[in-house]
Design a protein around this ligand. Sequence first.
Ligand code: BGC
Length: 866
Amino acid sequence: MITITHVFCDGYENSIGLDTPKPTLSWRLASDENGTAQTAYEIETASDEKFSQTIWQSGPIESSQSQHLTYSGPELKPHTRYWFRIRVRDNTGNLSNWSDPIFVEPALLNDGEWGTPFISSVLDTDPNASSGWYFRKTINLSKELCFARAYATALGVYELNINNFRCGNNRLSPGWTNYNRRLLYQSYDITRELAAGENTILLHAGPGWYKGDIAGWIGKRCFYGNRTAVSMLILLAYTDGTREWIRTGSDWKSSPSAVSYAEIYHGEKYDAGIAKSLKNNLLQWTQVEEVSVVSGLRILSQDGPLVLPREELRPKALLRDSEGKAIIDFGQNLTGWVRFTVSGEPGDRVHLRHAEILHPEGEFYTANLRSARQEIEYILSGDGTEEYQPFFTFQGFRYVRVEEYPGELRLDNFTAVVVHSAMEETGRFACSIPLLNQLHHNIKWGMKGNFLDIPTDCPQRDERLGWTGDAQVFIRTACLLMNTTSFFRKWLRDMRSEQLENGGIPFVIPDVLKEVPDTDEILAGSHSSTGWGDAMTICPWELYLQCGDIRILQENYTAMSNWVAYMRREARNEAIWDSGFHFGDWVAIDAKEGSYFGATPNDFTATVFYANSVDILRKTAQVLGKADDELQYAGLYEHIAEAFREEYFTHSGRLAVSTQTAHALALHFKLTPKEFVPRTVDSLVRLIEAEKNHLTTGFLGTPYLCAALSENGRPDVAYRLLLQEDYPSWLYQVKQGATTIWEHWDGIKPDGSLWSPDMNSFNHYAYGSVGAWLYNRVAGISEDEHDPGYRAILFEPLPDDQLTYAESSLNTPYGEASIRWEKLNDSTVRAELKVPVNAKARFKWPWDTEYTHFESGLYRLEKRLG
Ligand code: BGC
């Protein structure tokens, strides 16, 4: 029997704040019979959950499509709730029941509709002040309410309270976009928060990314503006059919808030006495004034997942340092903050500092935070048991040093709150080697720690920026671990909004490095590094492969073409890109002592990534049916490939750049002429053996190293690297106790000493990009490029002697797909497969020459070896 387990409208099961009148619908199916597929579907839209007032019926449509169907009923209207349900027919003629209904509610839809002032306190005049502000208005409800919505945003970060209750659980809203072009607002259903009579509406805001310190090492703040401001519309719909809008304006009042200081990097100071005065209505309220926003700013509905508290961790241990100070160990490097309870006298203080590691001698280590202070100070009101968690900041930490805490320090009073963009966790991986399972854990926590509205390099030091290169190398792994579609779609919008007129791509998105002072020789006036700018092509393509939504390619096509056009102009003879500044194979081990730049020459990496972007663009043109473009880019690719051969291969087939990264890239991106492949593979293996089976690769080589080997008949060498436990290797850091992925292979060196504090993050996901190889090849599950979004699944496990089993499951757009392979004895291996309904799969052992094809269902296969 076929059933519908989930229905999604533009990626969400139930949502308010939709930003389009024509969303897409997708659904997941289940069946207890193998070989089930959909042959027809039917969509119904209604204005009520019971479907008594139907708005539109598609009628039965013969189609197997169950993903990304554009809704083709009447356009959805703003702030109106719609219900959708689906039913399907399967290939045996069975008709499913109607799905459980989901609702969706568009927000304002027309960005011109905002028309609401931004207000700031008249007292907010100091650009260097980092205080929080309350903005307040009381409203009187004299009629019976049918429903009420609030749409709010800030120049800063904010939260909404009504009658002393916090609305929504979203944190650090409106998140971080290019505030000069795009500012997002959040939608709230506030029907239940409002009551008859007087209601107090309170917006609480802090400086955030808008006004606060950004990119600490360039000493810049007020990057977007120097006043914290808020803007909000409330829609009151009454049962008598009338409507009323309430907007922020000069009739609101403001007051400095209990948050006397809040900075993304530095932490927060909170005076609970002020919060108490607020509650008791004892605050002095002052005027607000309207502030202008940059012209052309678009105010748009939240278009990615909200940042939410996602889990909580209890302390693992209470330690003491040499000064006798208490250090709480949460056992996990994480991003978020500490929530605590405390009681004491008015004016007593709690003071906490946060760090990722302890110095090998057991001391609290904060040097690697650079200028980021990550401190919390809380002044007690003295009112019984008080509870606090920060409002407008976040910390990257595992350890918390308790500088001050009145009364007895009990671990029970402290909880770590893990905060990141809300995404469904989709990937699961396990195998018979515990260290590898811990590596997978660390990769996942690297993602949790760095997907906070934008993909960041790290969550702790004075950086936390959307480095394009880092996101590009990690995106494939990220898409396996969690459903990142809305997250990256939003960040790609940010990226497009920052693309330079000449097609160049800034190093970080949002681009806060465009104003670095001239004294910064590397970054001043520079942009478009190879492997970093390629995020503009690689991210849409990877996202499309994983989610199968063609809109991702449509939206990005022009920007992708402009990026390729940029490189084409920069490259010598449109082929070898040997100019400009590049980060190259960043922090590779083959770099010169003390340098961050790996040994692989930049013209080599730049030409490889340029060729790869052209190839992606060719494939994109093909998917979008742009035949002329496809032909043009195919020609350009051939031209680059030929020049590449001329420039980097000797006539007898020696690759002239003798680094692991160069070999891995030339092989993986298929720029090695066919006849030279065996020699190139051999010399890669020799380079690895020369290092006693260790890698030397940096940001650009590492993601492809194992793949280059396994694609070319040397999975044994890939496993040797993966399972290596000595420095440098992935498992070296695991054995050193890492709980996230380090920025440097030698963040903590074998002798216990540390890499320079200048650049030593212990939560940098880039090297976690090997996660894709764990899923795709160790367990053996991946998308099939010819039928993306897991409509077709590729099972190609690579069993190795050192493993007795490996397994992985993915919550694909079609539902759960999984594989488990296991050695039953020396001569038999078994695989168990799960293919979701309406999808298909092909499977191959490394010893097979042909694929076996499967429809949906559960399968078990055994293979006798030799
Ligand atoms: C960041 C990196 C980034 C790099 C540029 C660093 O400071 O942390 O991850 O990609 O600069 O090479």
